[in-house]
Ligand binder design. Sequence first.
Ligand SMILES: Nc1ncnc2c1ncn2[C@@H]1O[C@H](COP(=O)(O)OP(=O)(O)OP(=O)(O)O)[C@@H](O)[C@H]1O
Ligand SMILES: [Mg+2]
Length: 258
Amino acid sequence: MTSPTPRVLAVANQKGGVGKTTAVVNLSASIALLGHRVLVIDLDPQGNASTGLGINIRELERSVYDVLLQEAPIEDVVQSSVVKGLFVVPANLDLAGAEIELVPMMGRETRLRKAVDRVAADYDYVFIDCPPSLGLLTVNALSAAQEVLVPVQCEYYALEGLAQLLRNIELVNSNLNPKLHVSTILCQMYDSRTRLSADVVSEVREHFGDKVLRSVIPRNVKIAESPSHGQPAVVLEPGGAGAKAYIAAAQEVVNGRA
Ligand SMILES: Nc1ncnc2c1ncn2[C@@H]1O[C@H](COP(=O)(O)OP(=O)(O)OP(=O)(O)O)[C@@H](O)[C@H]1O
Ligand SMILES: [Mg+2]
């Protein structure tokens, strides 16, 4: 079922801790379990997407840093993960200096896009986990993607900072990547006991309409614990409430081509 051009989704929100990495890990794993070939590119020096998919980032010979800064062929850096059909370009702390090291480099905004083009034919979906900033790493992700998936936490201030993110997406769209658009909003860490969570979801739906996935991810302890096992929650405990919500969200992503 491999198509020549994969859907490339940058998972971005410059706000920290809203669930970007958790979304990348669980959506990519769910989509791989549906039978698609999926690549995760970890673009965060914290390397949480890599460890969450079972990769030991202390023992990397090469990482996404080498792809961006040393022109290492991306296919030599790809590793298999704990999930069949799911592959990872891992990151570690080497990437921490990249925001600055990229500044004087030729084509500094489009280095990741060139790398993704090399392996495009091998995958149906590519997910890029962005760091919590709008610097050059995120710009590289936005240049390489067609779609942006924005995780939003169901908390007060959820929409704060989104205007700035949308402005940056607009800038990348007009200057570097005319295909780029926000395709998907995922509401995360929903607490059914609070009125606030419900209010945030309705506000997000008012702003973004049908870009907002119907499936809302509950606050769930198994989701929070699974990274310590090096496995996505959808693999570790597929029957759990959080995992079920992710599997439903993944089906929406696959079916609703935005
Ligand atoms: N649905 C959930 N229920 C409970 N905990 C969650 C849920 N989703 C994410 N978390 C936890 O919230 C924390 C932040 O999530 P995550 O690391 O995915 O966010 P992030 O946006 O990638 O953060 P950063 O901006 O630092 O990269 C993590 O400890 C994660 O395990
Ligand atoms: Mg993260």
